[in-house]
Write a protein that binds this ligand. Structure first.
Ligand code: FAD
Length: 514
């Protein structure tokens, strides 16, 4: 087909999208030359949060970055069009961030999954080239065939490479290796103008850093080069319990100061019997721990540190000797330390067992009013008190994660914003499920309001000074506050790489211009 004819047909489609929106005029897959549009799919207006359901007018399932580039070139050249575009990875956002109301959703899982592993290249390091819609579990499975694995993870692996790199990608390895965005060597990106750019720390670096943690605002990641390390075979996975918050955080900070011995550090608040049970599904050890939640007329919570050690790093010592050495320095409740040895794969894939258990009880596909906050070390105790005052610990469903990260592992050029100042910053994940059987629409609204109250109180109280991770804000002013002194850079990058604000409308940062 002649390019000009093709352009006309695509323009007609765009025009229709612009004029008919929000009517659903596409009844079945529409073949516009190389662009294969579908009527909106069930998944395109759905995410893990199940709070926001914005339907697009069309869904594109591209087979190559060229198709994405082609679409964005047309859209950015058509001054009449108000169409927006959202890349959708695995759709595990909470607040519709991968949705595009009356726009076009690009389902990245349609791209042929390509993972190529490069072991011990020139300077001795190894990496994987992966397409943006690939899931981290797929990369793990493939790289383990070469006895390699990425260094930095999220707790859950059924998330897309492009989706987590657009946010940060945090887990218990982050204190040691930085977030996932600190472990990327190169990206292929299609910008909002439709340009296909290969970028890295040294090549088109402004785009590279903009896209990392950039909330999908600057371009669509079609390929990422991820740093790999030698994979351990086994992991010693441990848990220690606490009844005192200061002791718990002091021990966590002690552990993250020992990166030569420790490979993973997380922790969670034991809010009730149920939270102890559900967080232990994947931990194959019988816990002899029966905490007394009602104590001296008040409600008491407990804390758990999780740390892990890989088996490969040790030369003249065993994993058990290292654990013993570490435990001497820790102050958990005597006799409440537990450890198990599991395969590296099972350790990384531990949340899958929780997913399976929740699915079997019909509790996975329910609304998830989550709140994730970065909290400076100096404000963590006050934040914990604020949170507990607002969440009704006795009937809370879901985990509350809390563990320290080290600022110097984050590249300040990336788009992520951490709270200003301190070297140690905690991540707190309030990962609540709202079972519709016990929590109605009004109850869900109340929970969301309570989280918003906590988020605002924690952001505006100078004693806490927290910022959201996986942020959700309603107005541009709130986003301006969120980015603080980095707002001007963020906005300037937007003008440079997506001047018409076509991309990732579900984040609600920049209105579409035309
Ligand atoms: P989507 O929801 O599909 O997209 C998220 C955003 O990224 C959207 O704005 C979208 O437009 C954009 N986007 C998607 N793909 C691309 C691309 N290729 N290029 C550019 N932009 C793109 N996060 C952590 O850091 N650590 C955790 O341990 C962790 N655990 C989680 C556990 C569960 C069960 C869930 C549901 C989420 C968890 N998350 C965690 C959050 C998760 O990292 C983010 O929600 C992430 O965005 C999910 O990836 P996704 O592929 O589902 O993204």
């Amino acid at each position: 087909m002649e390019f000009s004819v093709l352009c006309t047909r695509v323009n007609v489609l765009i025009l229709l999208l612009a004029l008919c929106s929000p009517c659903k005029f596409i009844q079945s897959p529409v073949d516009i030359g190389p662009l294969n549009f579908h009527q909106t799919t069930n998944t395109a207006s759905l995410d893990f949060g199940r709070i926001i359901f914005n339907s697009p007018s069309a869904v594109l399932r591209p087979l190559s970055p060229k198709e994405i580039s082609f679409l964005l070139r047309i859209l950015s050249a058509s001054s009449f069009s108000k169409v927006t575009v959202a890349a959708r990875g695995a759709g595990h956002s909470i607040h519709g961030q991968a949705q595009a109301l009356d726009g076009i959703v690009i389902e990245m899982d349609s791209m042929p999954s390509s993972i190529s592993i490069h072991k011990n290249v020139d300077s001795g390091f190894s990496y994987a080239d992966v397409s943006g819609g690939t899931l981290w579990i797929e990369l793990l499975e493939e790289s383990l065939k070469f006895e390699l694995a990425p260094r930095s993870w999220t707790d859950y692996l059924y998330l897309s490479i492009g989706g987590t790199l657009s946010n940060g990608g945090i887990s218990g390895q982050t204190f040691k290796h930085g977030p996932q965005i600190s472990n990327v060597l190169q990206l292929d990106v299609v910008t909002g103008k439709g340009e296909q750019v290969t970028c890295s720390h040294t090549e088109s670096s402004e785009l590279f850093f903009a896209v990392l943690g950039g909330l999908g605002q600057f371009g669509i990641i079609t390929r990422a080069r991820i740093l790999l390390q030698d994979a351990p075979q086994k992991v010693k996975w441990t848990r220690a319990f606490y009844d005192d918050f200061d002791t718990f955080t002091r021990d966590q900070e002690l552990l993250v100061a020992m990166p030569n011995m420790v490979d993973y550090v997380e922790g969670f608040i034991v809010l009730n019997e149920q939270s102890l049970h559900s967080s232990s599904i994947a931990f194959p050890s019988h816990l002899q721990f029966s905490p007394e939640f009602h104590s001296k007329g008040s409600y008491k919570v407990y804390y758990c540190i999780e740390f892990a050690i890989h088996d490969y790093q040790l030369k003249n010592t065993t994993v058990d000797q290292v654990v013993t050495e570490i435990l001497k320095k820790m102050s958990y409740i005597p006799s409440h330390f537990y450890s198990v040895e599991v395969s590296y794969f099972d350790f990384l894939n531990r949340v899958k067992l929780e997913e399976n258990s929740l699915r079997s009880r019909g509790l996975w596909e329910v609304p998830h009013p989550w709140l994730n906050m970065f909290v400076p070390k100096s404000g963590i105790k006050e934040f914990k008190d604020l949170l507990l005052d607002n969440i009704s610990p006795s009937d809370f469903e879901g985990p509350v994660l809390i563990y320290p990260l080290l600022r110097d592992k984050w590249d300040a050029n990336s788009s992520v914003v951490l709270p200003d100042g301190e070297a140690v910053v905690y991540i707190v994940g309030v990962l609540r499920s709202a079972n519709p059987a016990t929590c109605s629409t009004q109850c869900l609204t109340d929970l969301l309001q309570r989280h918003r109250h906590v988020e605002q109180a924690a952001a505006t109280n100078p004693q806490i000074g927290a910022k959201q991770y996986l942020a959700h804000h309603r107005t541009q002013d709130q986003w301006r506050n969120h980015f603080g002194r980095n707002w001007d850079r963020f906005a300037a990058r937007k003008v440079r790489f997506d001047p018409l604000s076509i991309l990732a409308p579900g984040q609600g940062i920049f209105p579409r211009t035309y």
